[in-house]
Design a protein around this ligand. Structure first.
Ligand code: SF4
Length: 240
């Protein structure tokens, strides 16, 4: 943009939070190594507003650079065999850091592709960008020589056969469907037993057969002071 004469100055904020080395990597000809900001606002803006402390969804070292910054990832003197179970963002990040430090890393993923539930979250309207981090992590783990095994269930026998020095379990979680919310755990949401209530994973994995034909998306409608008589979830037809 500057080279083309379209601007004299470009300011980036969140891009530097997601990767403080963005300029170093770009100037040294490694733009593909720049960890992308996914525009979620959860750790940076959300962290400041909710906890008074900034973080970053894709960069766990934010605020703890002295202890966890990339430059602190020194090569190990005794490489070990690390087995990571689960190829979502957490598993890939664990594999990336371990391989970056020189360990021999194997990553087992039960699905046919890496990315975990982020691949479902990206299906939400205007949320495809959230997947940028899993695309980047996938490129990084292959670049660092991680032995990636897809469609592989890590049962006890498979784990023992690898004879790993350490096993990292990063198999994610399942949505709880008891209506309890993190921010209001003492008052479970009503209506959770309704047939039209489903988890976001169910929604994005397979659109429900019982949804009205005119509805292309289901929107969860949660209001903090919602009267208990109101439904938890409504079906909203989209314009197209
Ligand atoms: S928390 Fe999200 S929006 Fe904020 S810098 Fe990190 S990735 Fe970007």
């Amino acid at each position: 943009m500057i080279r083309a004469g379209d601007a004299d100055f470009v300011s980036m904020t969140r891009a530097h939070i997601a990767d403080p080395d963005i300029l170093v990597k770009t100037l040294s000809g490694r733009p593909e190594d720049v960890r992308p900001c996914i525009g979620c606002n959860q750790g940076c803006v959300g962290g400041l507003m909710e906890f008074g402390r900034m973080g970053c969804t894709v960069n766990p070292a934010v605020g703890s650079e002295v202890r966890m910054g990339e430059e602190k990832l020194a090569p190990v003197t005794t490489p070990r065999s690390i087995l990571v179970v689960g190829g979502g963002p957490a598993g890939m990040e664990a594999a990336r850091v371990a391989a970056f430090r020189g360990h021999k890393v194997t990553l087992m993923e039960a699905a046919q592709r890496l990315g975990g539930t982020v691949k479902l979250a990206r299906k939400a309207p205007h949320r495809a960008g959230i997947d940028d981090i899993t695309v980047w992590l996938e490129e990084q783990v292959f670049k660092l020589g991680v032995d990636v095994r897809l469609s592989t269930y890590a049962e006890v026998d498979e784990v023992l056969a690898e004879k790993p020095d350490a096993v990292i379990v990063a198999t994610g979680s399942s949505p709880r469907m008891d209506g309890r919310q993190w921010g209001n755990s003492g008052e479970p949401a009503v209506g959770m037993d309704s047939r039209i209530v489903m988890s976001s994973l169910e929604l994005f994995e397979a659109p429900p057969a019982h949804a009205p034909a005119s509805a292309r998306w289901l929107w969860t409608m949660w209001c903090w002071r919602r009267p208990k008589t109101e439904p938890l979830l409504r079906v909203v037809p989209t314009k197209n």
